[in-house]
Design a protein around this ligand. Structure first.
Ligand code: AR6
Length: 189
């Protein structure tokens, strides 16, 4: 089974965890050649701006058709559902719903749950490489400084425990977000 070695764009950094690898790159998640890419979706799975808009534009209408047909009830916050990748290079899109940031203790758990739900889908579907955006830190207002350690810890713990997942790549849109993730990765135990 092949695991893509090169990010689609931007500088990259990484860390080996167990038999797997966690990478940070700056770039556009729609261009990734990982088996799955993760969408930062909303509970209605209705499309929107940010990552969600970019994925539906790049992947074409098949993704929304599948969402409407398969998940008419939407997806609760902290969960994720899967569709095919349409015209994307990725075979799958994992649509994860992060929390709208409220500044309450529940925010952190719901954010971790959204990543965890994607990771569980990877194992279920035999996905060996996945690209993640910084869920909830755009339209949903979660401060990146708070979100990055939660995102990285959740994914790093999973990689250590699950050799079936070979590569988790965070694709950060801008240099500032990448720098925050880089500091959080350096601080990871
Ligand atoms: N590739 C990688 N990262 C991106 C891209 C891209 N193409 N575009 C934006 N980002 P957001 P959320 C970054 O708002 O906060 C939608 O309307 C962005 O700079 O996409 O979870 C949905 O429908 C930010 O750092 O997701 C929901 O209603 C990060 O991705 C809502 O937004 C996440 O920003 C979800 O909001």
């Amino acid at each position: 089974m092949s695991v893509p070695a090169k990010p689609a764009s931007g500088p990259s950094a990484g860390k080996s965890l167990g038999t797997g690898r966690l990478e940070l790159v700056q770039g556009d998640i729609t261009q990734q050649d990982t088996e799955a890419i993760v969408n930062a979706a909303n509970r209605h799975l209705a499309g929107g701006g940010g990552v969600d808009g970019a994925i539906h534009r790049a992947g074409g209408p098949a993704i929304m058709q599948e969402l409407r047909a398969t998940y008419p009830q939407g997806c609760p916050t902290g969960s994720a559902v899967v569709t095919g990748g349409g015209r994307l290079k990725a075979k799958y899109v994992l649509h994860a719903v992060g929390p709208v940031y409220r500044g309450v203790p529940e925010d952190a758990g719901l954010l971790a749950d959204a990543y965890q739900a994607c990771l569980a889908l990877c194992t279920q579907l035999g996905i060996r490489s996945a690209a993640f955006p910084s869920i909830s830190t755009g339209v949903y207002g979660y401060p990146v400084e708070g979100a990055a350690p939660i995102a990285l810890r959740t994914v790093a713990d999973y990689l250590r425990a699950h050799p079936d997942l070979a590569l988790a790549r965070f694709v950060l849109f801008d240099a500032k977000t990448l720098a925050v993730y880089q500091r959080a990765l350096d601080a990871l135990p």
